[in-house]
Design a protein around this ligand. Sequence first.
Ligand SMILES: NC(=O)c1ccc[n+]([C@@H]2O[C@H](COP(=O)([O-])OP(=O)(O)OC[C@H]3O[C@@H](n4cnc5c(N)ncnc54)[C@H](O)[C@@H]3O)[C@@H](O)[C@H]2O)c1
Length: 436
Amino acid sequence: MDIEKTFALLNETEPLKISTSREITVAVMGAGSRGNEYPEYGKLFPGTLRVVAVSDILKSRREAMAEKWSIPADRVFGDYREMLEAGRGGKLADILLIALPDDLHYEPAMEAMRQGYDILLEKPMAQSEKECRDLARRQRETGVMVAVGHVLRYSPYFRALKKAIDSGLVGELVNIQHQEPVMYAHMAHSFVRGNWHDGKATTPMIVAKSCHDLDILKWLAGRRCVRVSAEGGIALFRADKAPAGAPERCTDGCPHEKDCPYSAIDIYERKRWFLYVFDLKRDCPAEEILERLRTTDYGRCAYRMDNDQPDHIVVTLLFEGGVTASFSLDAFTPWGGRRTRVMGTEGYIEGDGKTFTLHRFRTGEAREWSYAPPEGGNYRDSGHAGGDLALIRDFLRAVDTRDFSLLSSSIEASVESHVMGFACERSRLSGTKEDV
Ligand SMILES: NC(=O)c1ccc[n+]([C@@H]2O[C@H](COP(=O)([O-])OP(=O)(O)OC[C@H]3O[C@@H](n4cnc5c(N)ncnc54)[C@H](O)[C@@H]3O)[C@@H](O)[C@H]2O)c1
């Protein structure tokens, strides 16, 4: 193998900018963080994408999106059902972006496929294996295009890593070790206090947070997963671990506030992280943040929440042909950013979500891959290491040309990763090995 030549191919990243034969229109359900992220593509590259309808139960959010995209008043809806109702007389746009909370994906996606929309459906696709399979069946029946928000598949980093494996740079693939470091404050914010604290109302942590990772492992391995087993639980965020005298809220004069890494005052008011959940800007007055901490779950003691999501999970996976992988989700890290190690018969790769190093055994050489921005802009630093905008680019192109093969995260591919996630959760809860 010509290593030089093969390695050079890894950097063949597609430009972010494409041109479409027409401006593709989008109806957005859920004008929150994700609902705003993907349409940014149309602002970066005018003429490709336009938001023409929006639905959000929060007036401030739907109005902000309506203003940003000059959406006429009769296309601005509150509850998503109103938007679906309006679509019964003819769809409102080419694409429907479903960026609602996890428990509101299945129903609108099923109905929207019936109405003929091509859909960008945020992960998790649905809340159970059965619902995932229903969605796949409805997609086959209707023939619409559905992309699931597995953004990592589109990031230049993971694409290069996959090319490295597929081109044989490590010889035959034997095992992958993969870690998702959630980061301590992100864990407390999203999975202890926030939207995903209840795995039954949303989806279990391994699906909610890690369906991306299971999906990327299956994709990197390039084969079907046959068996999984999982362990894990809540090590810290539970009442019996609460420090003595900790009150209900961090703002109630907690004696541990000055030392506790999970102090809401420290995370939101001092560090000014995650303020988007309050629709506040980083430079807003402290009192505005403290008011939110006194009145929402985000100010509650992280040990006294009604949370059930594990803060550590380890999974083993067996793929066809005997390839194995291990995955760990870890709340207790100072940073996010996936870490991956790939072991093959002739080489080894170690990566941190941005760069990776290939080691070849026979020659002892080590080669580093890092992102070389293609013509048309640097997009690695957009959401999910560039994956967010690259996903919408590929989806627009697929919709424009009706070429399904341009979509890496098709509904069928994604059903499999979700099924793996539900199997992991069964295993974690029952101590069994689960066939997938
Ligand atoms: N692909 C990824 O990497 C990724 C990353 C983060 C989140 N997500 C997923 O994207 C989805 C949205 O997450 P988010 O972070 O944008 O959440 P968000 O809370 O910022 O946005 C959701 C929006 O939906 C609105 N909403 C709730 N109920 C509604 C209803 N009945 N009708 C209309 N609007 C309603 C809310 O007001 C909110 O503005 C979730 O399922 C989440 O798991 C995916």
